[in-house]
Design a protein around this ligand. Structure first.
Ligand code: GDP
Length: 302
């Protein structure tokens, strides 16, 4: 918990510190406080929609319960942020199938930390005694294939890959065949993320999804979108784009250690209703944490 708190330092320093300062200077809840709050919440990347919704809920509650103490408003804000983060309908933990390999398709824009997250995720499974196969279906960039191999070596996961330029769907097809034949527990598929040709990219991802489902009905069991917390509101539009194309079932939010924009998590959750599975709080192998909404909000606010 302490480590999480430490790593969320930037968001704490900007958002929560400023929040505290705002409240400390106040004896009563007044209109000015709401206005200052609005500005602070929007600049912390909570997003305009979520900010207005949050303040509307807070105003009503303050009025209904005739609250005056600014600290009670602060609690309302904290509780409501937690409600947003918990809003997804699915459980936050990954549910593994009873039989056969657990197939995870990982999507996301280049640079968000997709390969790193896959490596960390593989390490997590391996630590818990499961065998992991990584499938290098981002055949667009030679560097992506190499990066995945480096992570595979580092964490002890096997990697199936072909040369750059190979057809991604057939890499996936072969990967699944190999993974099933060798009875891997977990198969993680890395995909391309070149957003400058987003139409082609989405078509490619849809095709990969179809191939997986055809080869192994019911799979992928998880389509995980990796989002970079430092991109702020851009992350929400990315999420929508990928969700429309392939249907996202879980999120990994990276680089929370490097940003003051941790508020984005509440906005993404409220807008998408998709559970955050993991958060990235550093570049090392162990810097991927299972996401727990309450722990996260506590780490931010206390
Ligand atoms: P990809 O293009 O999406 O596969 O991105 P990479 O996995 O290559 O990551 C891009 C950069 O982000 C690398 O320098 C990673 O070390 C870094 N990175 C990934 N996750 C995190 C994180 O949680 N925290 C920090 N600080 N850096 C991260």
């Amino acid at each position: 918990f302490q480590r999480l708190q430490e790593r969320l330092g930037k968001t704490r320093d900007s958002f929560v510190y400023q929040l505290d300062r705002l409240f400390l200077g106040k004896k009563e809840i007044d209109q000015e406080l709401f206005e200052q709050l609005e500005e602070l919440l929007i600049t912390s990347d909570l997003g305009v929609g979520t900010t207005l919704d949050l303040l509307d809920i807070a105003r009503k509650k303050v009025k209904r319960e005739q609250l005056r103490d600014p600290q009670s408003l602060k609690s309302i804000i904290r509780d409501q942020i937690l409600t947003y983060i918990e809003a997804s309908e699915q459980p936050a933990e990954l549910v593994m199938p009873e039989e056969g390999p657990f197939v995870i398709m990982v999507v996301g824009v280049n640079g968000v930390g997709k390969t790193t997250t896959i490596g960390k995720l593989a390490a997590k499974f391996i630590r818990s005694g499961q065998s992991v196969l990584l499938v290098a279906a981002d055949t667009f960039r030679a560097a992506a294939i190499n990066q995945l191999k480096i992570w595979g070596d580092r964490v002890g996961a096997e990697v199936t890959a072909r040369s750059p330029g190979a057809d991604p769907s057939s890499v996936v097809f072969d990967g699944l065949e190999y993974g099933v034949a060798r009875a891997f527990d977990v198969i993680i598929i890395d995909t391309a993320g070149r957003l400058h040709t987003s139409v082609n990219l989405m078509a490619e991802l849809k095709k990969i999804r179809r191939v997986i489902d055809k080869k192994m009905p019911g799979a992928p069991h998880e389509v995980m979108l990796v989002l970079d917390a430092t991109t702020g509101q851009n992350g929400v539009s990315q999420a929508k784009l990928f969700h429309e194309a392939v249907g996202i079932s879980g999120l990994a939010l990276t680089k929370l250690d490097g940003t003051a924009k941790g508020g984005i998590i509440a906005n993404v959750c409220r807008e998408m209703k998709i559970p955050v599975r993991f958060i990235g709080i550093g570049e090392q192998m162990n810097d991927l944490r299972d996401f727990n909404a309450r722990e996260f909000v506590d780490a931010l606010f206390f």
